[in-house]
Design a protein around this ligand. Structure first.
Ligand code: AGP
Length: 609
């Protein structure tokens, strides 16, 4: 997901503001960066492949400055990462500059039409076509030209545009890719992410699809693409800049793993009712009746959020006795799913911007389902386009590999399962037991984090391995999938999660002394069976890293390395058993010299297909 920031002032130099804003959205992943400013009578532009430091060096060498500007970090879709393909892109006159997040689906036909009119393109990108299309419509009013150009565009975009002939104007527009307006004192801003603005203002306006903003040093106006004036709510950003800082941790990912001791409670703070053994989720209150009447819940998500959905399925069927199906959002959106009256779609997303999840939610709503989001980013598109939902309150998650958002999703899912279960057949006594167990989770996570050094030491012995198998049963099968994903995405080691019982149906052929096998083996209902699975691995020379319950004395006889976790209720175990796997993946990746917070090829939020 690309990063965008734009700023319009009367007489300040926007270059430092724009560069600082780009650094705040670095975490989203990118491969090139650029900046354009209006300076006096023209536009000045600097672009560089690679990290922002290279752009900074370019500007140090050849300084630019100006009161109005735009900047961009690019995650390549059309055209390789290169200076030429980096944004901002200029129109043919060199007087209009544009940055873009998204994909222009019909850029080829537009490009052919413009080339036939004499336009010459210098990049392989779809974005450059937008700049030339605006030029084609420009007759002295930038927002009118942008509006006319976008009328012919198909696809997703979040754009910011400036023009040398209108130096005190910054135009933004969105369809499918997030764009937020920042309201300052003597400056106004446009950005793809609040993180780029929060040092300058906490007052923001979230644009919705097919909306535009015209910002000047003195204010802003918002309209539809059809130029109908609209009034938008100004919202207050609640988190602060130090939440973005690493606070002494070497990487955001490690900071966020350690934050889980607090964030798991933030997810349910004020939502657990001890005396009644119940949970109250304001965002679902009006849907409680719908839940009670519903015969099926469909969970839509991608990646780590999809793993949370699998655990949610087990929780909801176990505690609330409602039928649940978990779907990859990317598959659901394109097949011809059956949605029955009364079906409820629970849509899980950290960013609230994942294009596949957004589209799957829209498809479910189109067919009559009520869509309820479990989302982390406040004001995100999924949060705003769902029929209701619950924020996970994990705070800004900057590491591309999701950690604290995942455990917060699980806490919210446990609260939903408790709420629904209590209106089904969970007694107040059992409800109180569940609430107590949930309230104990933060301290139990702290105990696991206290074993951080021993986990680092274990990781160092496996950092050179090239292929891992993760095994789990029941609630811990999805944790095996999540542990494998963590390792894959930050250390680039191939890893596969599997239901432990399935191992003998194929993967056991992989087992030999070169294959580390991570086994999640708490003392739960599957304990004896997972011990047998461990025997099968050992008999073939496999090396075992076991996650087991504190005080266990059987697993350690079979495992090469053991990481203990506290005991809790079966459906809450994943919240604990995932933490050692997060730390294991983190330390292996660090040992391998990988870029932990911004792994290659990955973005924090996948807003393009
Ligand atoms: C998780 O570590 C990955 N970065 C990725 O799988 C992520 O979970 C997925 O892209 C879904 O993102 P979302 O939760 O923001 O929708």
């Amino acid at each position: 997901m690309c990063g965008i920031i734009g700023c319009v002032t009367r007489d300040r130099d926007t270059v430092p503001i724009l560069l600082e804003g780009l650094r705040r959205v670095e975490y989203r992943g990118y491969d090139s960066a650029g900046i354009a400013v209006v300076d006096g009578d023209g536009l000045d532009i600097r672009k560089a492949e690679g990290k922002i430091d290279r752009l900074q060096a370019l500007i140090d060498e050849r300084p630019i400055s100006g009161p109005t500007g735009i900047a961009h970090t690019r995650w390549a879709t059309h055209g390789e990462p290169s200076e030429q393909n980096a944004h901002p892109h200029l129109d043919g006159s060199g007087r209009i500059a544009l940055v873009h997040n998204g994909i222009v689906e019909n850029y080829r036909s537009i490009r052919r039409t413009l080339e036939a009119k004499g336009h010459v393109f210098t990049s392989e990108t779809d974005t450059e076509v937008l700049a030339h299309l605006i030029q084609e419509h420009y007759e002295g009013n930038l927002e009118a030209a942008v509006r006319a150009a976008l009328a012919g565009v198909q696809g997703a975009y979040g754009i910011a545009v400036i023009c040398a002939d209108e130096p005190e104007k910054l135009v933004g527009a969105r369809n499918g890719s997030p764009l937020v307006v920042g309201i300052g004192k003597d400056a106004n801003y446009v950005a793809s992410d609040v993180a780029a603005l929060v040092r300058h203002t906490r007052d923001v306006v979230y644009l919705d699809d097919l909306e535009m903003v015209v910002a000047t040093p003195d204010g802003f106006s918002t309209t539809t693409l059809e130029n109908e004036l609209i009034t938008k709510n100004v919202e207050k950003v609640t988190w602060n800049i130090d939440m973005i800082e690493k606070n002494g941790f070497p990487h955001f990912m490690l900071k966020e793993i350690f934050e889980q001791e607090r964030t798991v409670m933030d997810a349910v703070r004020g939502r657990l009712i001890s005396a009644a053994g119940d949970a109250i989720l304001g965002g679902l209150r009006e849907h409680r009746r719908a839940f009670q009447k519903s015969e099926r819940i469909i969970i839509l998500a991608c990646g780590t959020s999809w793993h949370a959905g699998l655990i949610g399925e087990y929780m909801l069927e176990d505690l609330a006795r409602v039928s649940v199906e978990v779907e990859y959002a990317s598959e659901f959106r394109y097949r011809n799913p059956v949605i029955n009256p009364g079906d409820i779609a629970i849509v899980i997303s950290q960013s609230g911007e994942t294009i596949d999840t957004l589209a799957a939610m829209a498809e479910a709503q189109r067919r009559g389902a009520v869509a309820l989001g479990i989302v982390n980013v406040v004001g995100s598109t999924i949060a705003r386009q769902s029929d209701g939902g619950v924020y996970t309150h994990a705070g800004l998650e900057i590491g591309v590999a999701s950690t604290k958002a995942f455990t917060s999703q699980l806490m919210v899912l446990a609260a939903v399962a408790l709420m629904l279960g209590r209106s089904h057949d969970i007694s107040v006594t059992r409800g109180r037991q569940i609430v107590r167990a949930m309230e104990a989770i933060p301290g139990q996570i702290a105990e696991i984090l206290g074993r951080h050094e021993s986990i680092r030491e274990i990781a160092s012995r496996y950092a050179k391995d090239t292929n891992f198998l993760y095994l789990g049963r029941g609630y811990n099968f999805p944790v095996a999938l999540e542990g494998a994903l963590k390792l894959k995405e930050i250390s680039y080691i191939h890893a596969e999660g599997y239901p432990a019982a399935e191992m003998k149906h194929g993967p056991i052929a992989l087992i030999d002394e070169r294959m580390p096998v991570v086994v999640i083996a708490p003392q739960d209902a599957f304990y004896e069976k997972i011990l047998s699975n461990m025997q099968e691995v050992k008999a073939r020379g496999g090396r075992i890293i076991a996650i087991t319950s504190e005080g266990d004395d059987q697993v350690e006889k079979m495992a090469d390395d053991v990481i203990e976790i506290p005991r809790t209720l079966p459906h809450l175990t994943p919240i604990l058993s995932v933490v050692p796997l997060q730390l294991l993946a983190y330390h292996i990746a660090v040992k391998r010299g990988c870029h932990v917070d911004q792994p290659r090829n990955l973005a924090k939020s996948v807003t393009v297909e």
